[in-house]
Design a protein around this ligand. Structure first.
Ligand code: GDP
Ligand code: ZN
Length: 333
């Protein structure tokens, strides 16, 4: 039976299909093949499952080809990618207009969105407690470039109507952002009921504490599907060179105007990047973050097994080619 993964908890999933909702585990074969890596079922994945008796645990046999997936480097020392959500149309990158406001973190998210083939939208939450909304919004727009920015309050409902058109029926939308920015509060507001637990500010945040890593896919009343990602503590980029190029398109455009092709934008004459810093059209913090993320990428690339990388690229190429073939055959002449 076909089904979609609606939540994941390491080695158990909840899947939904024509049969309703069931708890599921991976088949032995899938466990061997995927081994908790990139092919491991994630929220939003379409899977084929076998049902074993009424109310029993379903078995996930295969993960169907993904249209796209939002990935990050798995936390910790392991050099591995981790799929956060699969088959996503739009990513709502959420930050809060309180002490948590951090354009640098958003730059990271944007790079990963572009790399994953997911259209980003920026949400600035907690407008009700911010005294400098306009200033912070302007700062975020410089980071957003052409990405839409919405200012809201998940608590009071301010600004929610304006961005509701994003929720196209049938679309899957993933909600991204650090813990505490208001993802659960927004989810509940969009759902019209409290299904997602809102966390109070935690006094004790010690590392040993058990934190839930459940992620959930919700059916919104408007017909769109929303994936909340609680417990997403850090977002380390995974192989995101193209994503970085797009997220920092302004810097790359400037760099193309430098006098020297190999300009390092330090003290070279005719450097368009330095000129932009002087006139204030480019923020130094943004340039520095671009450098930092590029360095991170170079470091990661050295560590990613080149064979695995090229194998993966080949696989994606093949899948794209196959998909194109299918559409060619489908097209009426
Ligand atoms: P999550 O970790 O991203 O899911 O964040 P939560 O939804 O759990 O919210 C974290 C805290 O921020 C809670 O205490 C919420 O009540 C509060 N919060 C969420 N949205 C807003 C908002 O729009 N305004 C204000 N003032 N507080 C909010
Ligand atoms: Zn330069």
């Amino acid at each position: 039976m076909p089904a979609r993964v609606v939540s994941q908890q390491r080695k158990f999933w909840r899947v939904a299909g024509a049969f309703g909702e069931r708890l599921a585990e991976a088949s032995g074969k899938l466990r061997l093949a995927a081994d908790e890596g990139a092919e491991w079922p994630a929220v939003g994945d379409w899977v084929s499952v076998e049902l074993r008796g009424a109310g029993g645990v379903a078995v996930i046999r295969t993960v169907l080809s993904r249209r796209n997936r939002f990935i990050r480097k798995s936390p910790g020392k392991k050099v591995e990618e981790q799929v956060i959500a699969a088959n996503v149309d739009t990513a709502l990158v959420m930050s809060a207009l309180d002490g948590d406001f951090n354009p640098r973190r958003v730059e990271r998210y944007l790079a990963q969105c572009w790399e994953s083939g997911v259209r980003p939208v920026l949400i600035l939450n907690k407008a009700d407690v911010c005294e400098n909304t306009r200033g912070l919004e302007a700062e975020m727009r410089r980071v957003a470039l052409a990405t839409p920015v919405f200012v809201i309050s998940a608590r009071t409902g301010q600004g929610i109507e304006e961005f509701k058109p994003l929720f196209v029926p049938g679309n899957t939308i993933v909600l991204l952002g650090s813990s505490g920015v208001g993802k659960s509060t927004l989810t509940n507001r969009l759902l019209g009921q409290s299904l997602q637990k809102v966390k109070g500010v935690r006094a004790n945040d010690s590392r040993g504490q058990h934190t839930t890593t459940a992620r959930e896919l919700f059916d919104l009343p408007c017909g769109a599907l929303l994936i909340d990602t609680p417990g997403l503590r850090e977002l380390q980029l995974w192989d995101a060179e193209e994503g970085l190029t797009r997220a920092f398109a302004d810097i790359n455009l400037l760099a193309a105007q430098c006098r020297f092709n190999d300009c390092r934008h330090q003290a070279e004459p005719g450097c368009a990047v330095q000129a932009a810093l002087c006139t204030g059209t480019l923020d130094l913090a943004r340039l520095e973050n671009h450098r930092k993320l590029s360095r991170e990428q170079a470091f990661l690339r050295q560590k990613i097994d080149p064979e695995a990388r090229s194998e993966q690229k080949q696989r994606i190429k093949r899948l794209t080619r196959e998909a194109r073939e299918i559409y060619r055959h489908k097209r009426p002449d």
